[in-house]
Each structure stands twice: as C-alpha cells, then as structure tokens.
Design a protein around this ligand. Structure first.
Ligand code: SAM
Length: 329
C-alpha cells in the first residue's frame, strides 16, 4: 500500500491495482467496486471512466499518460483501504441512488436497497388507483375535495421511501417516523436536498408512539388524522439470519435497522395490530417483507380480522417482497 502511494500511477494503473488488491481481500464485485471508488476519488461519474478522454481507463483512446494527482491518489488509497475492511462503498462515498435520486447515507441509516423500490412503485400505483390522475410528468395530483393524500412511513431511515413518494405524488402530506434521531437528521437532509422538506413531517419515536405526542400535530392533543396509507420497510432479520449476514451488513449497518426479533416478525406483529387505529376505512397497509416471511405475515394480517384484499407481490427475482392489505370499511 505504501509503495503504491509513492508510485506515479496512471489512472488506469491505479484502477488495475485496486481491482487486484480488493480481490486479494475477498471483496465481492471488485471491478464495479474499484470503478465506483476511483470515480468518486476523481470527482466524476462511473460512466466517465469509459467516456471522458481525461479519465478513461478502458476502450479506444485510453490516455496512458493521464496520472492521478497526489491528493486524488491519497483519497483513492484511503477508500480502498476502508473497503478491504469490508466497509460498504456507500458509507465510504456517503451516497446511494434510490428511485433515480441520490440519497446521503451515513452509518446511522440502512443503505437503501433496490428491492425497496417495489414498495414505492406499488404505493404510487395504489395512490393513483384511489385518486384521479390529472397531470402528466409523472406527478400524481388528486382531484378529491380534501385534496391531500396522507401517508405514514414507519421506520423511515434515510427517508428514501417518504422522499420518493413526496417527489411523485404532488398533493400529499407525509409523516415519516423513526426511533433514531440520528437517522432522522439524515432523512431531513435528504428531504431538503430533493426539495420536499415542506411535504414531510419527521417524527421520532417507537413505531406509532410519536403520533400520540401532543406536539406531533400542533393541535395540543396528538393524533387526530387518519392515514390513507401506512407503508413501512421495518427491520426483519431473524436471530438466526443475523449471524450469517455479510460483514458489510453485520459490521457496519445499524443493528436497529436490521434485527426483527427471534423470528424476524416482531415489527410486523406490532404494525399489523396497531395500524388499523390509524388507517382510514379503505386505506392500505403496504409492507416490505423478508425472504420466506410472506405466508406468516399474511396469516398475521388474516388473524387481525381488520384487513381484506391481501396481496403478496413478487420482485424481479421472483421473491415475495411486498404485502399489501386494505383496511376493512
Ligand atoms: C430496515 S430500515 C428501513 C430504512 C428505510 N425505510 C429503507 O427502506 O431503506 C428500518 C428502520 O427502522 C428504524 N427502527 C428500528 N426500530 C424502530 C422502532 N421501534 N420504531 C421506529 N423505527 C424503528 C431503524 O432506525 C431503521 O432506520
């Protein structure tokens, strides 16, 4: 590593060295990882490593004389050093893309996963089916008299779900709750970054509890709105599964964002039993679910006897990923 720091490497040489060094330390997907870290050290996009003549590392016209400046090389070596300790690239870089938007991520929040976009997609579809869509440009606007659609996002973390929904649904009011004040600080920053902070109220506390606090609604008595939708991607890893997680997850992502109790279903039990009190009749509960949990969660919903039209939705890999149920009228 120190020898490398003293070499006058070209950008391409630095990339090839990193790819090899990451592979020696059993980091998965070394090519993508090396590209990602290199691009960030250079302050460019990954695609530019293939397109921009100054940073190009492969293909026709690679400039074999383009060198990394000392400061860029130092940044890159520092990134690679962190990555071989299995710190996720997203924490190193401080960013993850979700729903086409760049989200700031820190070790206080779960890194948004692409699978969770299915929850956003199904929520948007549900909103459009409950309302009249009157505008183009992907923005759903409601023509109903009350006009604003109210959504509760429990366990918001980085705010990726709440913020994506706020971007897509023009006329909505979103409440986004999390038990971690530090996670909420990241979510607020993301909401500002994407220009939707005025549509989202952030609440700190244990699942539905902050809704009962008088200050939550500035009306002196706590919750007196009911939600059209309650959505959540809660912690759902079981005790047994926790032990088998990759080091990137187990050693770096917040345990509070992962662990869902002995069988992974603790949060579902609470959300399913408590959400009917906060959902309007005909409102929807939409939850992300873990591998192999669909039937058990469906059964919990059936047993509550407060929901109908229960649907399990598969992701692109054919895995049951989202469950949706309608509050009985
Ligand atoms: C699986 S992460 C989901 C984060 C984000 N919604 C996403 O999809 O990427 C779960 C989140 O639940 C929060 N959490 C854990 N226990 C909680 C509780 N009792 N009440 C509210 N939030 C909780 C964690 O802080 C974490 O941010």
């Amino acid at each position: 590593m120190f020898a490398i720091a003293e070499q006058n490497l070209t950008i391409r040489e630095a990339f090839l060295w990193a790819e090899d060094y990451l592979a020696q330390h059993d980091v998965p997907d070394v090519k993508i990882e090396a590209e990602y870290l290199l691009a960030h050290a250079l302050g460019c996009k990954r695609a530019e490593l293939y397109l921009n003549p100054h940073t190009k590392i492969f293909g026709v016209g690679v400039n074999h004389t383009s060198r990394l400046s000392d400061s860029n090389l130092q940044i890159f070596l520092d990134f690679v050093e962190r990555r071989i300790k299995r710190e996720p690239s997203q924490y190193i870089i401080g960013e993850q893309e979700f729903w086409g938007l760049a989200f700031r991520v820190t070790p206080d929040v779960l890194i948004p996963r692409p699978e969770t976009e299915l929850l956003v997609e199904k929520t948007i579809k549900t909103v459009s089916s409950k309302s009249e869509v009157v505008s183009g440009n992907n923005n759903i606007q409601l023509t109903t008299h009350d006009s604003r659609f109210t959504i509760l996002d429990l366990c918001t973390g980085s705010g990726c779900i709440a913020i994506s929904l706020a971007k897509e649904i023009a006329d909505c009011r979103i409440y986004a709750a999390d038990i971690s004040e530090k996670a909420l600080a990241v979510a607020r920053e993301n909401a500002e970054r994407h220009g939707v902070a005025d549509k989202i109220h952030f609440l700190c506390g244990n699942l539905f509890e902050p809704l009962l606090a008088p200050e939550s609604f500035n009306r002196g008595k706590g919750m007196d709105v009911s939600f059209d939708l309650v959505v959540s991607n809660p912690p759902y890893i079981s005790k047994k599964m926790m032990a088998g997680l990759e080091p990137e997850v187990k050693d770096y992502e917040p345990r509070a964002a992962l662990y869902g109790g002995e069988d992974g279903l603790d949060f579902y039990r609470r959300i399913i039993s408590e959400s009917p009190a906060y959902l309007s009749a005909g409102g929807y509960l939409i939850l992300e679910i873990g591998y192999g949990q669909a039937e058990k969660i469906k059964r919990l919903i059936e047993l509550s006897d407060t929901f109908e039209d229960i649907n399990i939705i598969k992701d692109f890999s054919g895995i049951d990923r989202v469950i949706k149920a309608k509050r009985k009228g």
